[in-house]
Design a protein around this ligand. Structure first.
Ligand code: PMP
Length: 368
């Protein structure tokens, strides 16, 4: 290959997404209906029936570009969060908003700071810009560790992922505010609340709203429709920040960056908050089974504030072997070896899916 790619790419590891159902069908000849996918933190209740109906009824609109102003969706979000529409930018997933922030702020002289184990795209987007990536020692967002690294490196972006992926832990609102207050106003702070709906249902002390953060003009809050709202496949997320900040991000946005049907689905999903509440309630009930299952088998787990749970194995169990054995049985979970952990992340599924997971897990680990 004679092409000289951007040298910033040398240092980038390609993002490893949760394995799709199609792969298991292809590689193991398992029927798609027998595959249990607990790998990508999707909503096990699926799509709200009202949203599915709206998508079906409007399928004929697929030939039309979406309303590029995305006014209706922004108005619904503005109402929900008591902010203005010009505080909001919509992305193809909150992933795309992360990309906008990275491109708008970073260059090859800058650096970013994040917790020791966190959402991999922060690092990838930063490296694309040639920026240096610093991580704290802990996966938890600890004030002292962050401030020590912040003082040493003066990063241009600090990422706070709460609740955190792939670990499931969350940071108290009071601690997030303490960090924001301590960090200089020329540093962008990204507060990624992709799983916030699950955290607040468990404990109000973790609730961080975009309105809380608008008091600081260097902070952006990210939210998504991919998890509790059941729309992972539609790719809709959002960023909420000071209007001048959002204005700059708009310079990075391609036109029509989400699809006509995605836009419509997100608008409909916001009208069906009952579905979100039911999804979270199901999750809170089912995750208890994962905690009990782990305790009975002496498996360490991280207390979760998300829709997944992270099991950490001791040397008697091997995360890669277990994930592969489960895959061969049509159960997809996330091996955390690429994060340097001998552990797995399991999206909490429906009662039936979880029972299948438990059964197969015991089977594949029976000789341990
Ligand atoms: N942030 C976190 C912490 C995530 O876990 C994810 C999805 N895995 C995202 C952002 C991106 O989600 P989406 O692009 O689907 O909105």
């Amino acid at each position: 290959m004679n092409i000289k790619f951007n040298h910033a790419l040398n240092d980038i590891k390609i993002y490893e997404a949760g394995k799709p159902i199609e792969l298991v069908v292809r590689e193991f000849g398992i029927d798609a209906k027998d595959v249990v996918k607990l790998a990508s933190n999707e909503n096990p209740k699926g799509v709200s029936p009202k949203v599915a109906q709206a998508i079906a009824t409007n399928a004929y609109k697929a030939y039309l570009y979406p309303d590029d102003s995305m006014f209706e969706l922004k108005a619904a979000l503005a109402k929900k969060y008591a902010v203005n529409t010009d505080n909001i930018i919509i992305g193809a997933g909150s992933d795309q908003v992360l990309e906008f922030v990275s491109r708008a702020v970073l260059d090859d002289k800058s650096s970013v700071l994040m917790s020791g184990i966190t959402f991999a795209m922060y690092e990838i987007y930063a490296k694309q810009m040639g920026a240096k990536v610093y991580k704290t020692a802990n996966y938890r967002h600890l004030y002292d560790e962050f401030m020590e690294a912040y003082t040493m490196y003066h990063p241009k972006i600090v990422y706070i992922c709460t609740p955190n992926n792939p670990t499931g832990d969350a940071t108290l609102k009071s601690e997030v505010i303490r960090l924001i207050e301590a960090i200089k106003k020329d540093t962008v702070i990204v507060v990624d609340g992709a799983y916030m709906e699950y955290a607040v249902a468990k404990d109000e002390q973790y609730r961080i709203t975009p309105l809380d953060l608008l008091a600081y003009d260097n902070v952006i809050y990210l939210g998504t429709f991919s998890k509790a709202y059941g729309l992972g496949g539609m790719r809709v997320g959002y960023g909420i920040a000071n209007q001048e900040f959002i204005h700059e991000l708009y310079k990075m946005r391609p036109p029509f960056n989400i699809t006509t049907l995605s836009l419509l689905a997100a608008i409909e999903a916001m009208k069906d908050e009952v579905f979100v509440e039911e999804s979270v309630a199901l999750h809170l009930q089912e995750i208890k089974r994962y905690e009990a299952f782990a305790k009975e088998r002496n498996i360490e787990y991280i207390e979760s504030y998300t829709n997944f749970i992270t099991y950490l194995f001791n040397e008697k169990r091997n995360a890669t072997e277990i994930s592969n054995a489960l895959l061969g049985r049509g159960v997809i979970i996330r091996n955390l070896a690429s994060y340097g952990l001998n552990g797995v992340r399991i999206t909490v599924g429906t009662a039936e899916q979880n029972s299948i997971f438990f059964r197969h897990f015991d089977d594949v680990t029976s000789n341990n």
